[in-house]
Design a protein around this ligand. Structure first.
Ligand SMILES: Nc1ncnc2c1ncn2[C@@H]1O[C@H](COP(=O)(O)OP(=O)(O)OP(=O)(O)O)[C@@H](O)[C@H]1O
Ligand SMILES: [Mg+2]
Length: 478
């Protein structure tokens, strides 16, 4: 019997048990199942359900019983293309030709059939069935309802739930500005994991510390240690600050709420303070979650200068909101990030209990990063150590760019196998690019501004100061 049949039978059993047992709630359903039935207090607009009375405004949030199974819901929940065909030969299934609903004619037989084909691990992924089989005299699975609940991702981490919540907090007119200011990603939508990152020992220790703190929140609350769980990531661009925050979200299965501080200055300034407030409210409602505030130095800048009053108000609201949110009480882990720690004043520093440094990678780390980002590739004579030696000063992000360049170059020769030489060339290419970036295009004395000039010299102080480039002897292009 195929896996498809097993998946569909599991779905049928689950919906049936769930419909009967009113002590079960949405967190007893595996995410892919509850997604099908969840109405998030939102206008029913995507037409995925059976759309009763569209346009009738908001439905209450939740899952209403009984859960009925149609070909469509079964397909959505299990990913099985033709769900009825998958189970139609089983004795205990039934389909109503008229309504298209699929049911279990004989639940007992279905249970027996299912129990013969699954192990404890599989059952633990489904709290509804774990509970059903836990105390069942006829079966002896070594599972508990509690353990299955703990393993199951909570509804708060599901996209449908997040959308419902955002809809509740931000009505349509607010939508645009809110979307500029904050972005919420479900853990399933974050495609960055800790395995994709090379971290310093220091970073690793700090991250361990924080996940321990999260694990023992109750203990910390009991002993009155509340000032914990606000991290500041400090380091130059491209050193992995955003990636690490995202990877943490994925690792701990938490929603990722990102506030883009630069958007505070957007055209909707008047409403911003209110929206900052709401963003923190949303984070609290989404909790446990990670609240990531990028470009934190922005706060300092606006506090110092005599900016627009509305902007000041927004920033003050932000600071106050940060004070009022806590990992221990609200289950929100706050992570700030900045490229310019020097610009932060004491008031800003004081708000973070751990500062985590994101330096540019040293040689060993560069080699590790190279190994990591090329792990799925074929590279002839690959020697990451050698490349690490000639890439002093490059960040993880730069190394990715080098690799991309090498891949694209090779493709122009229709090659999908790279060589060490491709990479070395790409490093050189990257350095030229970097030189261009750092050049003052209006300034006079740059060979690089003249076609055919040697880029390699442009950054050095070799040339005669303040002379115009056409005085140089390799000015052969004029
Ligand atoms: N230590 C690292 N290990 C692996 N990949 C890295 C590392 N550092 C950076 N990268 C890669 O570089 C890219 C950019 O990193 P990221 O956006 O996290 O940097 P950032 O520190 O947030 O930069 P910015 O300050 O500009 O926001 C990502 O694709 C990331 O995977
Ligand atoms: Mg970043």
């Amino acid at each position: 019997m195929s896996d498809a049949a097993l998946d569909v039978v599991e779905f049928l059993l689950t919906t049936s048990v769930y419909s009967d047992d009113r002590t079960l709630d949405e967190n007893d359903l595996p995410p892919s199942f509850r997604r099908v039935y969840w109405t998030g207090g939102v206008d029913d607009e995507d037409g995925s359900g059976d759309g009763d009375g569209g346009g009738s405004g908001r439905k209450p949030a939740g899952i209403s019983r009984p859960l009925s199974v149609t070909t469509t819901t079964a397909r959505e929940a299990t990913g099985v293309d033709r769900p009825w065909e998958a189970v139609s030969e089983l004795m205990f299934t039934e389909r109503d030709e008229f309504s298209g609903t699929i049911t279990l004619a004989q639940q007992g037989m279905a249970e027996e059939w299912f129990a013969e084909r699954v192990d404890d691990d599989r059952l633990l992924e489904n709290p509804t069935l774990a509970k059903h089989f836990e105390n069942h005299d006829d079966y002896d699975f070594a599972v508990t309802h509690e353990e299955a609940r703990e393993r199951n991702r909570p509804i708060q981490a599901d996209r449908v739930w997040i959308d419902g919540l955002l809809n509740e907090y931000f009505d349509e007119e607010d939508d645009e500005e809110m979307l500029d200011l904050v972005e919420v990603r479900a853990p399933e939508e974050v495609d960055m994991s800790l395995d994709d990152l090379v971290l310093t020992e220091d970073q690793q220790n700090e991250l361990n510390k924080i996940s321990k703190a999260i694990e023992h929140r109750d203990y910390l609350a009991n002993i009155g240690l509340r000032e914990i769980g606000k991290l500041l990531f400090v380091g130059p661009p491209g050193t992995g600050k955003t990636s690490t925050a995202q990877a943490l979200a994925q690792d701990m299965d938490l929603p990722f709420v990102e506030v883009k501080l630069s958007m505070i200055t957007s055209q909707y300034l008047g409403e911003t303070a209110k929206n900052v407030d709401k963003t923190f409210e949303v984070a609290k409602r989404l909790s446990p979650c990670i609240l990531f505030i990028d470009e934190f130095d922005f706060v300092a800048k606006t506090r110092r200068s005599d900016e627009h009053a509305a902007l000041k108000r927004a920033v003050n609201t932000l600071l106050k909101s940060i004070d009022n949110i806590s990992l221990i009480e609200d289950d929100v882990l706050l992570i700030g990030a900045t490229n310019h720690p020097d610009q932060l004043d004491d008031a800003a520093w004081r708000r973070f209990d751990e500062i985590i440094n994101f330096p540019k990678p040293d040689r060993g780390m560069r080699a590790d990063i190279l190994g990591l980002i090329t792990r799925t590739m074929d590279i002839d004579e690959f020697d990451p150590q050698l490349i690490a030696e000639v890439t002093e000063g490059l960040t993880g992000s730069d190394l990715r760019m080098v690799l991309r360049e090498a891949v694209l170059e090779a493709l122009t020769e229709d090659r999908t196998t790279l060589t060490q030489e491709d990479l070395m060339n790409a490093v050189e290419e990257f350095e030229e690019r970097d030189t261009l970036k750092n050049m003052d295009m209006m300034g006079g004395d740059h060979d690089a501004l003249v076609a055919g000039g040697d880029l390699g010299d442009a950054a050095s102080d070799g040339g005669e100061p303040s002379d115009h480039s056409h005085d140089h002897d390799h000015d052969h292009d004029h």
